[in-house]
Design a protein around this ligand. Structure first.
Ligand code: IPE
Ligand code: IPE
Ligand code: MG
Length: 247
């Protein structure tokens, strides 16, 4: 039985979030420039997006560029933005063919105009697609999202639209840029780093975390199935005891 067949379709995570890490090290290991790693990483994005859609994942959020990544050398930042625009343009027909809707979370105004334009265009073109939501986190950080949510909550409270006692877990959810999707049940990080790097801090409160040594350009469909299989064999207790869950 293949690993794919071992996956239980009734226990599929609805939402998988991935910290795609290790492009630079992958390229360096081959004696190439970092950007070559990013280019190869795009192929992995295509493979994993297709695999997720095939097995019935409904939301796939990919951490593509963090707020902190603006501090990288200007040349790498520019190359990444160009790669992004290029990929969105080239992959539009595939998104349409596979019935995948592209969305975005992050600080839109920080992105170069060309990138904002291509993003808006791709989102508009794919907006009626229904098989899976592919969400790109771009110029995103969880702290940025929390700050903008708190600013809006404060403004609405001052304007009398909200009472302080109405601020609860659900209300905070509704002000985050991720308000329209369920929280990820599974978060994967490649490249062996065991940290969250400012990704979805609020939303992963109860996510299962999966770390793999594989560098992103080397991450395959089999690796994804492995992560899902591992997830399906964990006991998610949400504070309860094992005995409570089985009774
Ligand atoms: C992840 O790969 C892609 C981005 C952060 C844009 P890295 O570029 O972080 O690769 P490493 O971690 O340096 O190997
Ligand atoms: C996290 O990767 C951000 C993305 C994958 C886009 P980094 O490689 O930037 O993370 P740190 O800074 O090493 O934690
Ligand atoms: Mg990295």
């Amino acid at each position: 039985m293949s690993l794919k067949e071992k996956i239980d379709p009734t226990k599929m995570p609805k939402h998988i979030a991935i910290i795609m890490d290790g492009n630079g090290r992958w390229a360096k290991g081959k004696g190439k420039f970092r950007i070559f790693g990013h280019q190869t990483g795009v192929s992995t994005v295509k493979t994993i997006t297709e695999a997720c859609a095939e097995i019935g994942v409904k939301y796939l959020t990919l951490y593509a560029f963090s707020t902190e990544n603006w501090n990288r050398p200007a040349l790498e930042v520019r190359a990444l933005m160009e790669l992004l625009v290029d990929t969105m343009r080239k992959e539009l027909p595939t998104l349409m063919k596979n019935n995948i809707r592209l969305s975005f979370i992050g600080n839109h105004s920080d992105l170069p105009a060309k990138c904002q334009k291509q993003l808006a265009l791709t989102m508009e073109e794919t907006k009626n697609n229904t098989r899976m939501d592919l969400v790109l986190a771009l110029s995103y950080s969880a702290k940025w999202d929390l700050v903008q949510a708190i600013q809006k909550i404060s403004a609405d409270t001052l304007a009398g639209k909200l009472k302080p006692e109405e601020i609860n877990d659900t209300l905070i959810d509704s002000y985050l840029s991720t308000h329209w999707m369920p929280h990820p049940e599974l978060m994967i990080r490649t490249s062996g780093e065991k940290r969250i790097s400012n990704f979805l801090l609020w939303e992963i409160a109860y996510s299962e975390l999966y770390f793999t040594e594989k560098l992103w350009p080397d991450f395959t469909k089999e690796d994804l199935y492995h992560a899902i299989f591992d997830f399906q064999n964990r006991e998610r207790r949400f504070g309860k005891t094992s005995e409570q869950l089985s009774s």
